[in-house]
Design a protein around this ligand. Structure first.
Ligand SMILES: Cc1cc2nc3c(=O)[nH]c(=O)nc-3n(C[C@H](O)[C@H](O)[C@H](O)COP(=O)(O)O)c2cc1C
Length: 204
């Protein structure tokens, strides 16, 4: 059963979000989603944390250094960036007001850790806080095929109140590029965060 939602009372000027990026393939999903939420007029602040494995996968897949890539994002003044070891960051506490948390991409290591309630770093802690406070948590797992252990962990997260949204792209909008596929998916995530979006074409 989903815990009673307790949305944090953040600024009337926009939502406060947490984006946590972990070391699954599809590192570009994390950076591009971060860019979209930073550019969204309904978002006042984005707290960003990436795991060490995310940095590694970003380098391997995109040839990018995370710090340099963050510098190129628009509206970066809206963003606070934390190290994964920074367990005393504001987002580690349930008393810090946050409207929604998105783990994108989510490695199965992070998914399993969250399902076990055994968080060790700030990515884990921020997601655990969302669950314990009954706030919106979206987890974007990236693995195939899924073992029974993976599936059980995802069920546990769903039962605990998370939205489990694997990156399974839609095709009915006629995508021409990988960016089209990602943006349609991001539009759906923004729907779940209560943020208007016309990033892609909707089914009518
Ligand atoms: C290039 C690369 C790709 C990876 N892809 C995946 C993946 O798609 N899914 C996954 O669950 N783990 C993947 N891993 C393994 C994770 O990075 C590893 O389990 C790591 O410990 C996750 O740590 P984190 O959850 O703290 O980010 C990948 C690792 C590398 C180096």
């Amino acid at each position: 059963m989903k815990p009673q939602a307790r949305t944090a009372n953040t600024s009337a000027s926009g939502k406060t979000l947490v984006v946590a990026a972990t070391g699954a393939s599809g590192a570009r999903l994390g950076l591009r989603f971060l860019g979209h939420v930073l550019g969204h007029t309904g978002v006042a602040k984005v707290h960003f944390v990436a795991s060490e494995a995310y940095r590694l996968v970003l380098r391997r897949e995109e040839g990018l250094d995370l710090e340099a890539a963050l510098q190129n994002l628009p509206h970066r003044k809206k963003m606070a960036v934390y190290a994964d070891a920074q367990l005393d960051a504001p987002i580690a506490s349930g008393s810090f007001p946050v409207d929604g948390t998105v783990v994108i991409p989510a490695s199965m290591s992070t998914v399993g850790t969250l399902a076990a309630g055994a968080g060790r770093n700030l990515c884990h802690r921020a997601a655990e806080v969302a669950l314990k406070e009954g706030r919106t948590l979206i987890v974007v797992p990236r693995e195939t095929p899924l073992s029974l252990i993976h599936l059980r962990a995802l069920v546990t997260l769903k039962e605990a109140g998370a939205t489990v949204a694997p990156f399974i792209p839609a095709f009915y909008q006629g995508p021409a590029t990988i960016e089209d596929l990602m943006d349609h998916f991001f539009m759906r995530l923004l729907d779940h965060l209560g943020l208007d979006s016309s990033l892609s074409t909707r089914w009518t």
